[in-house]
Design a binder for this molecule. Structure first.
Ligand SMILES: [Zn+2]
Length: 91
């Protein structure tokens, strides 16, 4: 028989530390959680732009740089399946 520790534990909790690299993003600090969504304040090391990125977006590699660098560095790409994750795009 195992004893579960108290408290709401939803799986393992990812910990981000200041200076952690995620692509071009570098973690500054974690912000307040809203609606169970953890948000990380990051700085784009390519241009110095700061941005708030959802933790999930960071850890899955969905976002690797700021919007400006992302659009600037866009190149021709073949049509591929575009993955849209859920709805609710206000924020
Ligand atoms: Zn940038």
């Amino acid at each position: 028989m195992r004893i579960h520790s108290q408290g709401g534990n939803f799986g393992r909790r990812i910990v981000v530390k200041r200076g952690d690299p995620y692509g071009a993003w570098e973690v500054i600090r974690e912000l307040e959680e809203i609606d169970n969504i953890r948000r990380i304040l990051c700085v784009c090391r390519l241009c110095g732009e700061r941005g708030i990125v959802m933790l999930k977006t960071l850890t899955t590699g969905a976002s690797k740089r700021c919007i400006r660098c992302g659009s600037r560095g866009r190149r021709r790409r073949r049509d591929g399946p575009r993955k849209l994750d859920g709805g609710g795009g206000s924020g």
